[in-house]
Design a binder for this molecule. Structure first.
Ligand SMILES: NC(=O)c1ccc[n+]([C@@H]2O[C@H](COP(=O)([O-])OP(=O)(O)OC[C@H]3O[C@@H](n4cnc5c(N)ncnc54)[C@H](OP(=O)(O)O)[C@@H]3O)[C@@H](O)[C@H]2O)c1
Length: 321
């Protein structure tokens, strides 16, 4: 059944941490895959899931850096994955499938933001390709190993989805690049991906969620000139956080950990969450928080799924011919 895009009154909020939402939850015997689980929000997610007893696989673009970050955490293993390279995605998925294990949790957390125009693969815009297409191909390739009856796939989006819907007439920005529109499109794609995956996967007992983690100073901002962050009021000239609404990484990781593990979401799926609750739908011109209608539209989601299948050549749900 389609879950309404409305708050459920979880009792958690913007200041809840990943450990808060995991209190009383035992993840022993469960396996989580967390892309980018060695930096920023991903690292806090890995730490919290491991503390709750989960085994955590961290596929990393820079395995040595990842090993340095998570090597000391019990129950965490690092593998190699570059989301911008579909062959690397395939190799990682094949290695995981060959172990015969299944994953109760997949958190599509890795991402890049507002980078200068960059082309990957056959000339794809890098934010759409990395943040969306790489995760699309990864989850579809991992599909046989996602635990039936209790699997959750969590797609880490952003309030930045409000910058842009899917630009159907120029998805790859061939007619002029804008770093924020490109981030917005990619983050809308992360939400639509969860909408469609939930519709396709729910009969198998695999549910999908998307979310905005909040605003958190992490290496994600590496492509932003300092002047831009000062002008936005995020930091002062010395790089100190100014905006009181910013979260710590432990708070920033909470919503994705909640979406991946909370019994409060049993039987639900396909919804966009923020501050450890389901978010409200907001009109196209309304400021945030909340999710824009174009980002949770089932027809847009089905159309994006088909485009992604055509581009990547991967679709775990293709009808048998
Ligand atoms: N921080 C915020 O305020 C904020 C707000 C809204 C949404 N988000 C979302 O939250 C997620 C995590 O962000 P964060 O703030 O934790 O950023 P972060 O610290 O920069 O972490 C991002 C991770 O993604 C990995 N990654 C980037 N490109 C990759 C690729 N081609 N293949 C595999 N891994 C790749 C990075 O690996 P390397 O370190 O090796 O590059 C890093 O581990 C992102 O999806 C972001 O859009 C963050």
């Amino acid at each position: 059944m389609t879950t309404p895009q409305h708050k459920i009154g979880s009792g958690f909020g913007a200041r809840s941490t990943a450990d808060d939402v995991l209190r009383g939850i035992d993840l022993s015997g469960k396996l989580a895959i967390v892309t980018g689980g060695y930096s920023g929000l991903g690292l806090e997610t890995t730490r919290a899931l491991a503390r709750a007893g989960a085994r955590v696989v961290v596929p990393a673009r820079r395995p040595e850096t990842a090993q340095d970050a998570v090597g000391g955490i019990d129950g965490v293993e690092v593998d190699e994955l570059d989301l911008a390279d579909l062959e690397s995605v395939q190799r990682f998925a094949e290695r995981f499938l060959a172990t015969g294990r299944s994953a109760e949790i997949v958190i599509a957390n890795a991402g890049i933001m507002a980078c200068p125009e960059t082309r990957v693969g056959p000339g794809w815009e890098a934010q759409f390709a990395t943040n969306h297409l790489g995760h699309y191909a990864l989850v579809n390739r991992l599909w046989p190993a996602i635990a039936r009856g209790q699997g959750r796939v969590v797609s880490v989006s952003s309030g930045g989805h409000r910058h842009s819907g899917i630009r159907w007439d120029d998805v790859q920005f061939e007619r002029g690049y804008d770093k924020w529109l490109a981030y917005g499109q990619a983050k809308t794609a992360n939400i639509l991906f969860a909408v469609r995956l939930d519709a396709l996967g729910r009969d198998a007992g695999v549910r999908a969620f998307s979310l905005h983690p909040g605003a958190i100073l992490t290496p994600l901002q590496r492509h932003l000139p300092r002047e831009e962050m000062v002008a936005a009021g995020w930091i002062d000239e010395a790089g100190n956080a100014l905006d009181p609404s910013f979260k710590t990484p432990e708070q920033g990781a909470a919503t994705q950990v909640w979406a991946a593990t909370s019994p409060q979401l049993a039987g639900m799926g396909g919804v966009y969450c923020e501050d450890c609750d389901i978010a409200e739908l907001i009109a196209d011109e309304q400021p945030g928080p909340g999710v824009r209608p174009y980002a949770v539209d089932p027809e847009e989601a089905a159309r994006l799924w088909q485009l992604s299948a055509d581009l990547t050549g991967v679709n775990a749900f293709a009808p048998l011919r």
